[in-house]
Design a protein around this ligand. Structure first.
Ligand SMILES: [Zn+2]
Length: 320
């Protein structure tokens, strides 16, 4: 503290305070923590691993954004239900410490979707009846492909280094460790699921396209006839029929959707319903992806290869 003419002036500490970073999902928060280490204090904007299409903007969220040094989001409309409304209210002049810019396209806002190459399922035509939470910019659930999270981590390393250049070596070293871990895991997961290559799966919501893409799986269809819509009995019957024909063994259902919406589908087919969130929660990104791969492997009866770098705990499986 400096005293000038009897008035105490705060002195900016030499990068003593960690960067306060707000992330919209636990997975992004985890990666930022892994790379940022002690240099960052990461807080979640949302309640955690919840349905991103149902998150409502709140005053408490606005407060977090106003005080943040930086914001990290998924992009591609993943946060459509709350983030645009909040960012409109934040405004550049309104921002807290260091007058940072967290608005869309701002230098203090890292948008993961900008680093995944061509998004999947970009609609060619937005017609009527396209669904309630149709994804007009393409499928925003890119986090289900671990290779895309690797892309994001590179961008996160560079983003943090720009925000705090004096710690860039730390960020690079942390990123290298994290990336090496994930690379080893991806090799293991690919080996494990290789026998399932080309097999069909069914999902409740259209959240798993990138997972299917990563592991060479085919999405036969969704339980939701259109994103955000509940299935009709007729749609379920048609889906069950093609599931029998294609011998589908795996159905992915997020815990925020009711199992009752599946109707008789599990009984009419030979499918294992695997209840797992389409994003990581408190367990962290690598552990979550490991749970997902293990659950899928179990549905197909695939033994874990001996090359296992880590033993993964299983996701909750509801049975047939
Ligand atoms: Zn969605």
């Amino acid at each position: 503290m400096m005293i000038a003419g009897g008035v105490a002036l705060p002195v900016e500490p030499a990068s003593a305070d960690p960067l306060e970073i707000i992330a919209t999902t636990p997975g992004l928060a985890d990666v930022i923590r892994q790379i940022g280490g002690d240099e960052v204090d990461v807080k979640l904007l949302t309640p955690g691993a919840v349905d991103p299409h149902k998150v409502m903007p709140k005053a408490s969220m606005l407060l977090k954004l106003k005080r943040a040094d930086a914001l990290v989001s998924m992009g591609l409309g993943f946060e459509h239900a709350y983030l645009p409304a909040l960012l409109e209210k934040v405004g550049r002049a309104d921002l807290g410490r260091g007058a940072t810019d967290v608005s869309t396209g701002g230098s203090h806002h890292l948008v993961g979707g900008d680093f995944i190459g061509q998004p999947l399922e970009v609609p060619t035509q937005l017609g009527r009846g396209a669904g309630v939470d149709v994804h007009p910019l393409g499928n925003p659930h890119w986090n289900t492909n671990p290779a895309l999270m690797q892309n994001f981590a590179v961008a996160a390393r560079d983003f943090l280094s720009k925000l705090r250049p004096e710690a860039s070596e730390t960020f690079s070293a942390n990123w290298r460790d994290w990336d090496a871990d994930l690379t080893a895991q991806i090799t293991h997961w690919q080996t494990w699921l290789a026998p399932a290559h080309g097999r069909s799966i069914v999902t409740y919501h259209r959240s798993w396209a990138y997972f299917a893409d990563a592991f060479g799986l085919v999405i036969l269809g969704e339980v939701e006839p259109k994103p955000g819509m509940s299935p009709t009995t007729r749609h379920l019957a048609q889906l069950a029929k093609s599931m029998q024909q294609q011998q589908v063994k795996l159905l992915l259902l997020e815990p925020w959707y009711s199992e009752s919406k599946l109707g008789n589908l599990p009984r009419m087919t030979d499918v294992a319903v695997v209840k797992i969130a389409s994003m990581s929660g408190k367990q962290g990104y690598l552990a979550w992806m490991g749970e997902l791969v293990a659950a899928a492997a179990r549905a197909w009866g695939l033994e874990e290869p001996q090359s296992s770098p880590l033993t993964q705990p299983g996701a909750q499986e509801l049975g047939k």
